[in-house]
Design a protein around this ligand. Structure first.
Ligand code: UDP
Ligand code: MG
Length: 317
């Protein structure tokens, strides 16, 4: 039987939730193994993303007590996306399918059954999609949904309300490993891989314990990263804007000439001030957007490693 399932959970300062998470996952995994849906060589791998608390100690303890659990210790904090990537690319050689999920139990672990079912039916990528956000605060809901909408209008095509809870087959992961970009935005890259895909709906729960590691500021910069690493549409928008402003300026030229020849040349100071500020603002904004892309090129040409693994604990047999 070759349905070895690996779960990958990035963890950053998650000491408060890990005991509960590991306990629930142990029950879930053992259940699936008993039902013969997954191989007994299936594992749960926690990726410690440079936590400052006892997270890595806990992971080591889980590993010593039960070989179901393994861990990857990164050399420092590299952020959720890169930590996830480290996990996915490390376990892909041992697994037939890999599910990534958050460590805080916000992703309903009962959706794993359905994901595995779909994999067994021949689907390579199964997206976990939130059916509702009842448990999120109003603010989180509005900002998070706005995030997906902005992303899509800016040309970064992502699956609506899908975070990083998904199943990927080994060959889909092999595909992913060929994307060498440093500015990695998994949610945008995975749909580009292709292969048969499907979705599973689940209810997003509350964080079991601890605080969100994604405050608004981080979320905004995540959106900018996502857009500028996936699409060049903002640059196109600037070009379009520039073109329209050029049209307006021709209109202004004709208008001023008419005013000049009809003798009414005392043009308002207000208009002048407004236009100077408006154009100045637009130029700075446009430069900023172009700068974002140049910054990306700069980082890509350096080809820095996306993560460094300090230690990998896994009893694969
Ligand atoms: N995370 C991480 N590195 C970071 C920030 C977060 O590995 O620098 C992990 C975190 O431990 C959690 C997941 O990413 O498992 C999602 O983070 P969180 O639950 O704080 O985000 P939210 O659900 O509030 O968007
Ligand atoms: Mg969370």
């Amino acid at each position: 039987m070759d349905n070895i399932l690996y779960l990958v959970l990035p963890c950053f300062n998650e000491e408060e939730v890990l005991p509960e998470t590991s306990e629930r996952l142990r029950v879930k995994m053992n259940g699936l193994i008993k039902q013969n849906k997954i191989d007994e060589k299936s594992r749960v791998i926690f990726v410690n993303d440079g936590s400052k608390d006892r997270t890595w100690n806990l992971i080591r303890e889980f590993h010593e007590k039960d070989k179901l659990f393994g861990g990857i210790n990164l050399s420092r904090n590299v952020g959720h996306q890169n930590a996830l990537l480290a996990g996915l690319l490390t376990v892909r050689e041992y697994a037939d399918m890999v599910i990534s999920m958050d460590a805080d139990l916000q992703d309903d672990i009962d959706a794993i059954d359905e994901m595995v079912e779909k994999y067994l039916d021949g689907t390579d990528i199964v997206y976990g999609v939130r059916s509702s956000r009842k448990k999120d605060t109003f603010f989180k809901k509005v900002t998070a949904e706005g995030f997906y909408k902005i992303m899509n209008t800016m040309g970064a095509n992502t699956v609506f309300n899908h975070a990083d809870y998904r199943l990927m087959s080994k060959r889909a992961l092999d595909g992913l490993s060929q994307y060498g970009e440093v500015n990695l935005f998994l949610r945008g890259i995975v749909p580009m891989i292709g292969y048969p895909t499907d979705v599973v709906y689940y209810e997003r729960g509350e964080r079991f314990a601890g605080k969100s590691k994604y405050p608004l500021g981080k979320m905004l910069s995540f959106a900018v990263e996502g857009i500028t690493s996936l699409s060049t549409r903002p640059i196109r928008m600037i070009t379009t804007l520039g073109f329209f402003i050029f049209l307006v300026s021709i209109g202004m030229l004709i208008y001023s000439l008419i005013r000049h020849f009809t003798g009414a040349t005392i043009v308002g100071w207000t208009t002048l001030m407004v236009s100077v500020w408006a154009i100045g603002g637009l130029i700075l904004l446009s430069l900023g957007v172009v700068g974002e892309y140049i910054g990306k090129i700069y980082l890509e040409t350096k080809m820095r490693p996306r993560y460094i693994i300090e230690q990998f604990l896994n009893d694969k047999d």
